[in-house]
Design a protein around this ligand. Sequence first.
Ligand SMILES: O=c1ccn([C@H]2C[C@H](O)[C@@H](COP(=O)(O)OP(=O)(O)OP(=O)(O)O)O2)c(=O)[nH]1
Ligand SMILES: [Mg+2]
Length: 147
Amino acid sequence: MTEIAIRLKRLPHGEGLPLPAYATAQAAGMDVVAAEDLTLAPGGRAAIATGFAIAIPAGYEVQVRPRSGLALKNGITCLNTPGTIDADYRGEVKVILANLGAEPFAVKRGERIAQLVPAPVQRARFEQVEELDDTARGMGGFGSTGR
Ligand SMILES: O=c1ccn([C@H]2C[C@H](O)[C@@H](COP(=O)(O)OP(=O)(O)OP(=O)(O)O)O2)c(=O)[nH]1
Ligand SMILES: [Mg+2]
């Protein structure tokens, strides 16, 4: 298991909050807490402050993913999952939560709302051509192989 260092700048409204952290020895995601109180109405969405900004090393991204417990118990997910934090982004990291449940959901400052997963970035370039090579699948997709 490899580890990279990500520089983190605490913003004034994030003072006193814990850093994103792994909950268990082999956890893949670092739990991140909310820096504000906010209630999400059923069907509602909001960008929740985390109270920090980061500088991810070049060649990496950080994915923002939902927590399964909040999803299953409360219908709370990250609307844009997996959220993408670019290595050159210096603004506040935010978590875009959506409430797909039937009840209002109160986000509390300090509560773990999502998890951050750093990942290497594979970039590509498109090379426009006149013809593509043939394959057995061909144009089949969107359920072409059956249920
Ligand atoms: O869940 C997220 C997703 C994005 N961001 C920040 C970091 C990211 O680098 C930036 C842009 O995100 P993205 O590229 O997904 O959004 P966009 O709509 O394409 O915005 P932009 O035009 O700024 O790239 O917003 C977050 O803080 N949380
Ligand atoms: Mg973008």
